[in-house]
Design a protein around this ligand. Structure first.
Ligand code: FAD
Ligand code: DHB
Length: 391
């Protein structure tokens, strides 16, 4: 097989880039390790920044998001039972975010690729990238049963997430990896219940962090901070609801509607960046190159800026013969990636309970939160990062 761009990974990053490029007449093939059902079964992001929503529209995939997604102009922070609202719209100069699940937007992208006759090949095994940094063109192989299939292309996009094969195809002496691990994870529950609050609540409490989020007015998503040693099996639904309520203000806990979990999982919290994001004809995008702790809702939104830069760089290359965008990709993408890293680290540090934290550091954390709500400048900084910095 032959194509212009071979995209490894059929998550939101890979599908979005494929869909955008297809509309400009640039050919792609997407190789995805899992089935469509498996990818859609992973419950992940829920909050989209303005720039991501715009890319969905540009990809011709914004109709359902605009009809069913909710615009949120603010969220609440609870500090040991005291609720205060962050008015995103006011403090960001008019911007807001869209609450629309990653599952739904991935479904929209799959449907759009299928409607356009796009090539998204599922259940591929043993993907190997070849000749990424030689004189010749790159090629990719995968196994389909007993058969090895070869794809020849001009460029390879590594959009295969943190555990993918693309980043590992770059020699170790070329890469610098920056990593920070946090001593806790998030236990998440999805339940077919009415959300406890119209807006998200980020809750700091002495028992640990909690987050009340939602997917729609009949689907709630809740998280609690748990030690890394905890297993999902340790947490019955009842234990989860009890612990969540204990971390929320009394009036919120009193109106919380509990119900059976329809998904329950633990995600460890990690910050990670790899540099550079380009090696020869391979370009990394999204979680394949960088991970944030989920607190600031930046993960998918960080992927969006990579896709935006790659989309424009590939258009310039194929439609105008200009390679400046490709040459500057790594540097440009990393500049925004690091700002999302900073914000995610800041919001994680602000709201979580860090085990064995000295009293001095606890006092600083309390002061940071008190300062935030005493200063329009601090609130503006939070708001401009949460709604998304410009691409
Ligand atoms: P992925 O979604 O990981 O997709 C990569 C794809 O590549 C996968 O489908 C995988 O099967 C495939 N793949 C892997 N290896 C191979 C291989 N060898 N060959 C072929 N295919 C392969 N972000 C936000 O912006 N807002 C939020 O509110 C938010 N909440 C989150 C909550 C949780 C609990 C978690 C875990 C994450 C959250 N995120 C959030 C982060 C967000 O989900 C990720 O940043 C996003 O999924 C990244 O998309 P991606 O396409 O780059 O990678
Ligand atoms: C969700 C996840 C987040 O990390 C966040 O900051 C907000 C919402 C969610 O899954 O709904």
């Amino acid at each position: 097989m032959k194509t212009q761009i071979c995209i490894i990974g059929g998550g939101p990053s890979g599908l979005m880039l494929s869909q955008l490029l297809d509309r400009k007449g640039i050919e792609t093939i997407v190789l995805e390790k899992h089935s469509r059902e498996y990818v859609l079964g992973r419950i992940r992001a829920g909050v989209l920044e303005h720039g991501f929503a715009e890319l969905m529209r540009e990809a011709g995939c914004g109709a359902r998001m605009d009809a069913e997604g909710e615009i949120h102009d603010g969220f609440e922070i609870s500090d040991n039972g005291v609720l205060r609202r962050v008015d995103l719209k006011r403090h960001s100069g008019g911007s807001s975010v869209v609450v629309y699940g990653q599952t739904e937007l991935t479904r929209d992208l799959y449907d759009a690729r299928a409607a356009a006759g796009g090539h998204v090949i599922h259940n591929v095994e043993d993907v190997v990238l070849h000749d990424l940094n030689t004189e010749g063109k790159p090629w990719v192989t995968y196994r389909d049963g007993d058969e090895i299939v070869r794809i020849d292309c001009d460029y390879v996009i590594g959009a295969d997430g943190f555990h993918g094969v693309s980043r590992k195809s770059i020699p170790a002496d070329v890469l610098t990896e920056y990593e920070k691990l946090y001593p806790f994870g998030w236990l998440g529950v999805l339940s077919r219940t009415k959300p406890v609050n119209p807006e998200l609540i980020y809750a700091k409490s002495d028992r640990g962090f909690a987050l009340c989020s939602l997917r729609s007015q009949v689907l709630s998503r809740y998280y609690i901070q748990v030690p890394l040693s905890d297993k999902v099996e340790d947490w019955s639904d009842e234990a989860f609801w009890d612990e969540l309520k204990a971390r929320l203000p009394d009036e919120v806990a009193a109106r919380l509607e509990a119900g059976p979990s329809i998904e329950k999982s633990i995600a460890p919290l990690r910050s990670f960046v790899t540099e550079p994001m380009r090696w020869g004809s391979l370009f990394l995008a999204g979680d394949a190159a960088h991970i944030v702790p989920p607190t600031g809702a930046r993960g998918l939104n960080s992927a969006a800026s990579d896709i935006y830069y790659l989309y424009h760089a590939m258009m310039d290359h194929y439609l105008k013969g200009d390679d400046t965008g490709l040459e500057q990709y790594s540097q440009k993408a990393l500049a925004r990636v690091w700002k999302a890293q900073r914000f995610s680290w800041w919001m994680t540090s602000l709201l979580h309970r860090f085990p064995e934290t000295p009293g001095y550091d606890q006092k600083l954390q309390e002061t940071e939160l008190a300062y935030l709500f005493s200063s329009d400048v601090a609130l503006a900084s939070l708001a401009e990062n949460y709604v998304g910095l410009p691409f």
